[in-house]
Write a protein that binds this ligand. Sequence first.
Ligand code: HEM
Length: 123
Amino acid sequence: MPYEIYKILHLTGIFLLTSGLVGMLVLAWTGHQIAGKVKTFAFVTHGVGMLFMLVSGFGLLARMGFMHDQGLPFWIYVKLTVWLIMGGIIALVKRKGAIGWPLYFLMMAIFIVAAYFGVYKPS
Ligand code: HEM
């Protein structure tokens, strides 16, 4: 698959991941019962988003020539760490979502770290 398709998948993954996390935040924040179709919406968009981010991320790395035997550049380890955090944080949002804004800003800060390392690629 060409680089551009992986990039579109990476950006689509961000849309899905954010839909799931913010969906769960609003449910928990408003005290809405996290069950049935809204629970499915939050977890499925989050899960599929996570899958898109990982597959497209390695696809981008391959097309950009970073997948060689010298190992991955430093900035990718930061992105993989962000990916793991974004994976686990939905459990925190489900339990502590009533906190509201601070949790939203925490997720945004974590996203900005991924965006910074994705754009500047500091090695
Ligand atoms: C949830 C975690 C992640 C988020 C929020 C995220 C977000 C981003 C963003 C915003 C960009 C900049 C896109 C642009 O230049 O227009 C980017 C680029 C990139 N990301 Fe991720 N990313 C994540 C995980 C990953 C993972 C796990 C990998 C690798 C396995 C990865 C590999 C890349 C690569 C290679 C680029 C550079 C693309 C380019 O320069 O064209 N990302 N990412």
